[in-house]
Design a protein around this ligand. Structure first.
Ligand code: NI
Ligand code: MN
Length: 230
C-alpha cells in the first residue's frame, strides 16, 4: 500500500506506511487548526523534532494511550522517561536507524529545543524518512541553512518546509530552501496557525512553480496525499 501523508495542522503530520501510523510533532489540543484530537489520532510511532510545546504537544498523552514508540533526540527521550513514557528510542543528529517500517535519520535544524517545563531538549532536528515508496524530509522548525543541499543530495521525494516566518523561515527563504533541497514535491507548513505566522500558501505555491523545479502541494489540515503519486 502506498504511503499516505496527512497534514494535521501546524507542524503535525500523520504518515501511514507499511501498516504503521507514524505521527510527527503531534500538537493537537492547543492547536486552533488541528484536524484531529489527541484522543482519536492513531499512532504506533511518534517522532518529535524538538522540545517546543507546539511540537511535543500531546505526545505524552498519546504515547500513554497508544503505547507508541517515541523517537526523538537523546535529551527529549530522557525527559519523556521522566514523564512516564518508557517506550522511547533515542537518536541524534546525523544518525540513522532502520525500524521495521522504514529508516529514520535526524538532521540539523537551526532553531531552539527547550522543553515546556524549561528542561534541556538538546538540539533541534529535522527528520528524513526512507520508506518503501520514497523519501520524506520534514525540515521542522528551522531557519534557512546551506546544508539543506546535502540533505537534498540523498534524493527527496517529498519535503515539508516551514513558511510562517517570525519563528522559522518565511516564504522567501523557504523558496531558497526548496532550491537547495530540490525535492520532487514540497508541502508548506508552520503557517496560518495564529495571526503571527499568517501566510498565503497558494501564493507561495505559485512561486515554487515559477522559481524552482519542484511541485508544490498545499494541504489544508485534514488533507492527505500519497507519497508516490505525482
Ligand atoms: Ni519550535
Ligand atoms: Mn514551532
Amino acid at each position: 500500500m502506498p504511503t499516505t501523508v496527512t497534514f494535521l495542522g501546524h507542524g503535525s503530520f500523520l504518515i501511514e506506511t507499511a501498516g504503521t501510523h507514524v505521527l510527527i510533532d503531534p500538537f493537537l489540543t492547543d492547536n486552533p487548526v488541528a484536524s484531529t484530537t489527541a484522543e482519536d489520532v492513531p499512532a504506533e510511532v511518534i517522532i518529535l523534532t524538538h522540545g517546543h510545546g507546539d511540537h511535543v504537544g500531546d505526545a505524552v498523552a498519546i504515547a500513554n494511550r497508544t503505547g507508541a514508540l517515541v523517537i526523538a533526540n537523546f535529551e527529549i527521550t530522557q525527559w519523556l522517561q521522566g514523564q512516564g513514557v518508557e517506550n522511547t528510542h533515542p537518536m541524534h543528529i546525523g544518525g540513522a536507524h532502520a525500524f521495521d517500517w522504514g529508516v529514520v535519520k535526524l538532521t540539523i535544524a537551526q532553531h531552539g529545543s527547550m522543553l515546556p517545563d524549561g528542561a534541556n531538549g538538546g538540539n533541534p532536528c529535522g527528520v528524513v524518512l526512507t520508506l518503501d515508496d520514497g523519501t520524506i524530509y520534514h525540515a521542522a522548525d528551522t531557519g534557512l541553512f546551506y546544508d539543506m543541499k546535502l540533505i537534498g543530495e540523498q534524493g527527496i521525494d517529498l519535503a515539508i518546509v516551514p513558511i510562517g516566518d517570525n519563528f522559522t523561515m518565511g516564504p522567501e527563504d523557504a523558496i531558497r530552501a526548496v532550491n537547495l533541497i530540490a525535492p520532487v514535491r514540497v508541502i508548506p507548513d508552520h503557517y496560518d496557525t495564529w495571526p503571527l505566522i499568517a501566510q498565503d500558501g497558494q501564493a507561495w505555491a505559485e512561486r515554487v512553480r515559477s522559481e524552482t523545479s519542484s511541485e508544490p502541494l498545499v494541504l489544508q489540515p485534514g488533507q492527505s496525499c500519497s507519497l508516490g503519486a505525482g
